[in-house]
Design a protein around this ligand. Structure first.
Ligand code: FAD
Length: 355
């Protein structure tokens, strides 16, 4: 069986981002790479959105960038602005196409459906596949989004709605999210922060239909595209192995308080590319102990006080928007962290810290 210098298990966001980063920086000229990916074909299946706090390789896959965003709770709403850090959405269909057409032009790169088709004894393995059963009792961000189109111009496409808490929260945390791509096209998502055990939270089609008709006042629309997902707000277990480096969600690239992962994956890919010749000996790339600690406390607060979360998210955004964006993108200094923390309700955070 054939052997490769590098093996990437999972040709999804992290696997392909890494392969592309290596390829465009000439790291695969004299090295071979196998990508293991079972999916029969690539098509648009996700929309990756994030604040662009640094440059990335996929500007040509961006559906739209916004400098304005809003947040709504039952008795208040605020509009925020950031010229410095636009919010961007990436079309995964374009992303897969761009990367795959580049990778196919290098004969040192080969695709396989199953790891058993190659020899891996001496290879460096980059793994993005989560093994084992889903732990449904833990906290997840689960959601469904639909891209709708209307015959008339309805949306203000200059401003996205990051969180609209004007909806039934049940005993969890629930909000809607609207990304207006144009005046008559938008991606609208229903998002829950909860365990995956209560199936009554998952009538997403109905939730979206009610929200679009009753909250947005849009009675007639066409659905162009649908996506659905569940992001673990905990780190799934992974087996430690010599010569194996976890990447993507299994590589702990998700910010547990928000689910944001895409830009962290890009940063991780750059780190691996810079250190590729010595990757077994450099330290494991992490989002930072500080954010891991703060997110742990935040998620404890969320679990114990779901009813307070709309107010807590809202208060966080009363800080200058660039600071909040940097905080959510793991780029704050200690003074900026303190500003964020100072806006939080003290007692419930102290209680979460003590317990
Ligand atoms: C619908 C959706 C929307 C999201 N939106 C955002 C967002 O807006 N912003 C953000 O920052 N994050 C978002 N995320 C979170 C995160 O960015 C994505 O989950 C991202 O795709 C994670 O990349 P990954 O490579 O770890 O996993 P994936 O992209 O899922 O890649 C894993 C790959 O492994 C393959 N695979 C599965 N089993 C095997 C096997 N046995 N052997 C080999 N390969 C296998 C899969 O087919 C897949 O291609 C979203 C997630 C989902 C599900």
């Amino acid at each position: 069986m054939k052997e490769f210098d590098y093996v990437i298990i999972g040709g999804g966001c992290a696997g392909l981002s890494l392969a592309y980063e290596l390829e465009i920086n000439d790291k695969l000229k004299n090295k071979s790479l196998a990508i293991i990916e079972p999916r029969p074909e690539y098509k648009r299946d996700k929309t990756w959105s994030f604040w662009k706090v640094f440059d990335h390789n996929f500007e040509d896959c961006v559906i739209k960038s916004w400098n304005h965003f809003s947040i709504n709770i039952s008795d208040n709403s605020q509009e925020l602005k950031s010229e410095k850090y636009p919010y961007q959405s990436i079309d995964s269909g374009k992303f897969y196409k761009k990367i795959n057409s580049k990778l196919y032009s290098n004969n040192n790169i080969q695709f396989f459906k199953n790891i058993n088709e190659i020899e891996t004894k001496n290879s460096i393995i980059f793994n993005s596949v989560i093994n084992g059963k889903k732990d449904t009792s833990k906290l997840w961000q689960h959601f469904q989004g639909i891209e709708i189109e209307t015959s008339k111009d309805i949306f203000d496409d200059k401003i996205l709605n990051l969180m609209d808490f004007n909806c039934d929260q049940k005993n969890d945390v629930h909000f809607f999210y609207t990304l207006p791509y144009s005046k008559n096209k938008a991606l609208i998502e229903t998002t829950w922060l909860s365990s995956l055990e209560d199936k009554t939270l998952m009538d997403y089609d109905l939730q979206l239909d009610n929200y679009i008709k009753n909250n947005l006042g849009i009675k007639i629309f066409k659905i162009n595209y649908k996506e659905k997902g569940a992001i673990p707000l905990f780190y799934p277990d992974t087996e430690k192995q010599i010569k194996k480096i976890d990447i993507g969600s299994i590589g702990r690239m998700t910010r547990l308080s928000t689910g944001y992962t895409f830009l962290n994956i890009q940063e991780h890919s750059k780190y691996i590319r810079k250190n590729i010749d010595n990757i077994e000996n450099v330290k494991i790339f992490e989002l930072g102990k500080k954010y891991q600690f703060l997110d742990k406390v935040f998620l404890k607060v969320l679990k114990n006080n779901p009813d307070r979360m709309p107010e807590i998210f809202y208060k966080m955004f009363t800080n200058p928007s660039n600071i909040v964006i940097k905080f959510l993108s793991n780029k704050t200094n200690i003074f900026e962290d303190l500003r964020i923390i100072s806006k939080m309700p003290k007692w419930i955070f102290i209680k979460a810290l003590i317990n």
